[in-house]
Structure formats: structure tokens, C-alpha cells
Design a protein around this ligand. Sequence first.
Ligand SMILES: [Zn+2]
Ligand SMILES: [Zn+2]
Length: 269
Amino acid sequence: MNTLLAAPPAAKGHLIRVSGLVQGVGFRPTVWRVATAMGLTGHVRNDAAGVEIALWCIDAELAAFRQRLCDGCPPLARIDAIETTDLEGLPPADGFTIVASAGGAVRTGVVPDAACCAECLAEILAPRDRRYFYPFANCTHCGPRLSIIEAIPYDRSSTSMKSFVMCEACRAEYENPAERRFHAQPIACPNCGPRIWLEAEDGSVFAGGSERVIDEAAALIRAGRILAVKGIGGFHLACVATDDDAVMRLRSRKKRDGKPFALMGRDLR
Ligand SMILES: [Zn+2]
Ligand SMILES: [Zn+2]
């Protein structure tokens, strides 16, 4: 039997614009992974409106790509719209890449800070992990965003983390697409990131690493002292909620006679 084979459809250039909460949440790495897994060429970058993807593929692949992108949307991301237009020019020779951000009028949303994810928490509690007891551990699924952003597009150079130079180990994670910290802008570790310390009222500094500092801070709170915990967004004043004396002292110092304080707990129980 004779079979007539039609010429395979030619790959065309597509410009895909994704808007929503797509910066600083591991969106570009997700695009990279999907495109690379499908063997497509092009690039992805942040721009002021969100994320811009240039992709060379046939129409069927474009539909599949969009579907896989929506299915694989990272936990902190939210896709509001995907717009596709034709793109002239030839596909790049070097596969699919993440390229430098473009400027322009800012229209994209910014993600709020997110609590430590389960994977980062597991690392913080693993004695052999290099982020053991490191309170500033974060990844593309968690950590600070809005509190550290100085400008959009969201790149490390536009955040308050720009003054911390990544160590070799962090840079390797940052540059490895298979890593949870691929392009995680606030990436940090005890060797290169912010550190914690504990100071008394007289300015004397408690000696010890993260683990001892946190233990000592917890012991002080348990003993009824009031701590000013400096975080990325300012100071939290903290005391033990079950100690009336400590709470009353905090109320009088804050001049807050009746207004409720926020309560922190491990879980609802
Ligand atoms: Zn995390
Ligand atoms: Zn580091």
C-alpha cells in the first residue's frame, strides 16, 4: 500500500504574554522546564507586564505548551491571562533560555511574602543540611517578596538582597533549573545571606550561632521578657501570651490598653 506523507508543519514563532502574579514565584523556571521537556526553542523573560515568552513550535505544540504551563503553575503564582501573537524572525540556535528582564511601564502584580514551605522547613530542621537552623532559608515556593522589592521587574538586583553576594553553593542552586531555588531571588545561606544576632538592652551581643541565638531568644520569652524581633518588614514585639505580667508590661509600654494583640502559634490546636 502506498502512503502519501505530507510535509511536516513548519515551526512558527509565537510571542506569549502571561500576566497575573508571575514574577518571583518560579514562573520562568517552570516555563523553561516545560519548553525544554518539549524540545522547543525560544526564550523567557520578565518584563514590566509580567512574563514574555518567545517560542518556536507548531500549532499543536503551542496548545500543549499552554496547557502544561497552566497545569504546572507554581504554588505562589496566579495566571490571569495568556495572550499569543505571531513573532517574526528565526528561532534561536541555542534551545530555550532565560534572558535578562526588559523594562517598560509597570503593570504586573507583586506576590506577598509567603511562610516557609514544607521543604525549606525540613532543611532548617535537618542537622546535616547547610541551612540547618538558618532562619532566612527560602525558595521559589516561599519566602519574602513584597517586603524586599524595590522595583519591578523582580530580579535580585531590584531587591534589598542585592547587597548580599551569593556564595558558590547558592549560585549553583540559583543557576540549576532542576533546583527548587532556580532563580529564587532572595536565595541565601549562613555563608552569604543575612544573619541573626541577639542584643541586650545595653547593646551587648549574645555570642553563638543561629541555633543558640534562637534557643536563647525563646528562653527569654518563656521567662517573661519582651523581645523586639527585627524582621524584613520591621519589628515584632513578642512576649509569652500566657504570662499576664508580661502581657500587661507590653500593653503599658505600647500604650495599648484594650486592643487585641496578634497571637502566634504553631497551629490552631
Ligand atoms: Zn521554600
Ligand atoms: Zn550562600
